[in-house]
Design a protein around this ligand. Structure first.
Ligand code: ATP
Ligand code: MG
Length: 427
């Protein structure tokens, strides 16, 4: 019988890779905390109706991609396909709006979509995202975009491109939708089947199509930008001006229409040329209609989500996986020495040192080899003699210098030891 394997579109994030994940989370936490965003952790499954209402039934996510099932109490549940709907539900359910002003929230974790697995596309994938709820000010759009670019550039990613667009407000879109349908109708038979389907349900999404003939037809389609009313135009102009003021380069892409129904005004994507077909690292925009859609008062909001897997594909091209190596590696042999080794290890960890304990019980030679491979700076060595005298050997792995000391001396001089370890680290 074979071992049990992961399901398609899911994978283990192994220790050799975890350094990237922790690095991204650390950088994001720092940058977002400085901007006064608080992390929020809503549940990973929610009532199916939350996503049906919050994302929209005409979208691919709700129409084709959700992991929906009944639990033992016959409730229809869905594994969250994205983060925004759950955050807004939490905002309403917990009266976060009652504090007044704006709420700055961020989240991080797994999302689930039933898609065809390929590079940069999984069924369980991970996002870091944020939401700025409670203001329609164009500065909010620009703050969130700037935070996304801050995170990505702090991680060392360059040559990313920011595409922006405006999808206007409900009225603008109603007019635009009609114009689009009128434009596409004569080409109906030439459109790919998905786009034909979207013609009635969600015609803006046709602009997103990857099908060759549809793309050609899209080239002459009317642009949403010609259908923006004065207020929408003003908002979009202000966003552009503020981006320019902050020195953030952007490109206007009138075909950029996010797949979700609740988006209004600004839509944006951050794209990399190094990712092949799955090029979008970050997608976001303004969603002034969602809070009301989910039962709250009309409330403006803007947010984004970064796809962690795609981000990490890019990081891997830049740098080796950040690994931890111990400051000290403890080598011991013989029952008494092994027991003392464990005790010393725990006490040194309590002093703030990173310490690896060799538990193999193998010959000293083998343990020293592993100590070298661990990347440790120094070794603590305990054999029978050391155990008896309550001493140890401190062996510096690069210089091979070695000194004998009592175990209590090690702790009375632990400050000095830390300084020595630091000096060796810096070399
Ligand atoms: P795409 O066009 O690639 O399907 P999307 O519009 O469905 O993206 P969003 O819902 O905006 O994506 O999600 C934001 C980000 O999450 C994407 O830009 C991407 O980086 C990541 N993402 C989305 N779906 C997946 C997936 N199935 N696997 C891995 N990452 C994903
Ligand atoms: Mg998608």
């Amino acid at each position: 019988m074979g071992t049990i394997q992961t399901l398609p579109g899911t994978r283990d994030i192994l220790p050799e890779e975890i350094g990237y994940w922790q690095y991204v989370e650390t950088v994001a936490t720092q940058i977002l905390s400085r901007a006064m965003y608080y992390e929020i952790r809503p549940p990973i499954f929610e009532q199916t109706s939350l996503f049906e209402r919050g994302i929209g039934e005409a979208t691919d996510v709700v129409g084709k991609e959700m992991y929906t099932f009944s639990d033992r109490g016959d409730r229809s549940l869905t594994l969250r396909p994205e983060g925004t709907a759950g955050v807004v539900r939490a905002y309403l359910q917990n009266n976060l709006y009652a504090a007044g002003g704006v709420q700055r929230l961020w989240y991080c974790g797994p999302m689930f979509r039933y898609e065809r697995p390929q590079a940069g596309r999984q069924r369980q994938f991970h996002q870091i995202g944020l939401e700025l709820i409670g203001t329609g000010d164009p500065r909010a759009d620009v703050e969130v975009i700037a935070l996304a670019t801050d995170i990505l550039t702090t991680l060392g990613l360059q040559s990313l491109k920011l595409d922006i667009n405006s999808v206007g407000d409900r009225n603008d879109r109603q007019n635009y939708r009609e114009a689009l349908v009128n434009y596409f109708l004569p080409y109906k038979e030439e459109l790919d089947p998905d786009s034909q389907d979207r013609l009635e349900r969600n015609p803006l999404r046709i602009l997103d199509s990857k099908a060759k003939r549809t793309k050609e037809i899209n080239e002459n389609a009317p642009s949403i930008l010609e259908y923006l009313g004065d207020a929408s135009k003003k908002h979009f102009d202000q966003v552009q001006q503020l981006l320019t003021d902050l020195g953030i380069e952007y490109n206007i892409n009138p075909c950029l229409v996010r797949g979700l129904d609740y988006y209004t005004h600004t839509a944006f994507e951050i794209i990399s040329d190094d990712l092949g077909a799955q090029a979008t690292v970050c997608g976001g925009g303004r969603y002034d209609g969602l809070v009301e859609e989910l039962g709250g008062n009309p409330t403006s909001a803007v947010g984004w989500a970064i796809g962690m897997e795609r981000l990490i594909i890019l990081l891997k091209k830049l740098q080796p996986s950040p690994q931890t190596s111990p400051d000290l590696y403890v080598v011991s042999r013989g029952e008494a020495a092994e027991a003392q080794g464990l005790l010393l290890t725990q006490k040194l960890r309590a002093e703030g040192l990173t310490v690896e304990l060799d538990m193999s019980g193998s010959a000293f030679g083998k343990q020293f080899k592993r100590a070298d491979r661990s990347g440790a700076i120094a070794c603590l060595v305990l054999g029978e003699e050391e155990a008896e005298n309550k001493t140890l050997q401190l062996k510096w792995l690069q210089s091979k210098e070695q000194q004998t000391m009592t175990q209590s001396e090690l702790f009375s001089q632990v400050g000095e030891l830390k300084e020595q370890l630091n000096r060796h680290k810096r070399q």
